[in-house]
Ligand binder design. Sequence first.
Ligand code: DX5
Length: 231
Amino acid sequence: MGDLPGSDRPIEIAPSVLPADFARLGEEVAALEAAGVDRIQFDVMDGRFVPNLTFGPDVIAACRPHASVPFEAHLMVEHPDELAPRYVEAGCGLLIVHAEACRHLHRTLGHGRSLGARAAVALNPATPASAVSEVLDLVDLVLVMTVNPGFGGQDYIGTMEHKVAEVRRMVLTGGHDVDVEVDGGIGPTTVAGAAAAGANVLVAGSALYRDPAGLAHAVDELRALAEATRS
Ligand code: DX5
């Protein structure tokens, strides 16, 4: 039990709202909270870092009064420093920047914390774990992408599990207080592999919204499957 990487950290379910009905986003985040999620992730895309365009800070600010769970902004953008203050003002308590978008990652992570937010770094599938080895003291979370970012509904890249384990090992051996998150293709058939490798925060989009038994059932099932890897 205790020797499994990350088993000391609670399993958290973080929905991506990308598959939600954008015409009713306030109601949708309230429904996610009622379904028992631990936090909500907004996939912020600028049409440059990824070939898709999504949520400006005003959209997230409009959702903020509809739920009390923490919001995180997954910034899939070329210039996160410029946008970060607006997303903190909008109510995001965690800013996730991509290592691939930051020329000065150490400075960018410090900037996020100076805004009063928690800081996190994301790695695209082709980026090795070593890209975060020098900034683990500056982050609260490392996100290992399990799809190439930009779209929901893609297939899980199982070969990322070794990177999840490597990041968890770096966190443990360095004595860092850091969550390990995975994002992309997470569902009933993939969540156990990611959790067993060391991920404790699990982002899911389409798997939650396509469950015929509803959101609460989908959230409970993912949590149970992830926690089962620890017993
Ligand atoms: C992709 C996003 C993911 C995606 C997850 O770039 O970062 O959050 O929306 O959706 P699913 O779970 O459908 O892969």
